[in-house]
Design a protein around this ligand. Structure first.
Ligand code: 1GP
Length: 247
């Protein structure tokens, strides 16, 4: 079964799904294995791997270790085409539709397409919108694109409709990793009122209560990254899974 179909099934069965983002740069090879084992038993529904920028060595080796250890779908969340790898089940085939930078709208996607085909990984087309979140995030800086103001729900809605009409399979509302403020439930509700395309929300989500509010507003998937890199917070993973499922 395709990863996309598995995602739709998770949404149908549980109301919404929980994805944990793993930045290979943040973990040593041994640590990453333990972290993936924790994710396996946490109640999470999938693992995303990637980052706006990967600087550390051995990223491909770590990605292989992640896939070997994971008992959940592993989805690449690429910051750029150099992160393409055979060690994932699927790739969020992102276009930064909130920006007007042609490289991140279509240029990199053209470069990546033959590589994705050759690697045999499943592309899941995703209309990716950066939402302003209190400070400049790495995603904003690296993509050279202006985020949508966080209180301009109508702009997000128009982008989401365009994404649906262009045939994107997912819409991603992204505050950016380490965002000061996550995307508002009001914006999620506005977008979900206008489109049936499943909406993923990520960036700056630091409490299960916030994750639950986003699901109540209509999010199909919620992503957490940074927060679980703090060993004193990693126990929150199970609580996120419970808060997100069957709201
Ligand atoms: C995924 O970028 C997010 O969309 C992850 O953000 O690291 O802030 O949870 P955090």
């Amino acid at each position: 079964m395709s990863v996309y179909q598995q995602m739709l099934d998770i949404k149908a069965a549980k109301g919404a799904g929980y994805l944990v983002l793993v930045d290979p740069d943040r973990w040593s090879s041994d640590e990453v294995e333990k972290f993936i084992e924790q994710i396996n038993t946490s109640g999470a529904d999938g693992i995303m791997v990637g980052s706006s920028l990967i600087l550390g060595e051995g990223a491909q080796r770590k990605m292989k270790k992640i896939q070997d250890t994971a008992r959940l779908p592993v989805i690449l969340f690429p910051g750029n085409i150099n992160q393409l790898t055979p060690h994932v089940d699927a790739v969020f085939y992102l276009s930064v539709i909130s920006g007007r930078n042609p490289q991140f709208l279509i240029g990199d996607q053209v470069q990546a397409a033959p590589v994705v085909r050759e690697l045999g990984i499943e592309p899941i087309s995703t209309g990716y919108m950066l939402i302003e979140s209190g400070k400049v995030t790495t995603a904003e800086f690296v993509s050279g694109s202006k985020p949508i103001p966080r209180d301009k729900n109508e702009i997000a809605v128009a982008h989401a409709l365009a994404a649906e009409y262009l045939g994107f399979k997912l819409i991603y509302l992204e505050a950016g990793s380490g965002a000061q403020y996550s995307v508002t439930p009001q914006m999620v509700a506005a977008v979900c009122a206008y489109t049936k395309v499943p909406v993923i929300v990520g960036g700056g989500i630091h409490s299960p209560g916030v994750a639950q509010a986003l699901v109540k507003a209509g999010a199909s998937f919620v992503v957490t990254g940074n927060i679980l890199e703090d060993p004193t917070k990693s126990h929150l993973m199970e609580q996120f899974a419970t808060a997100i499922h069957k709201v």
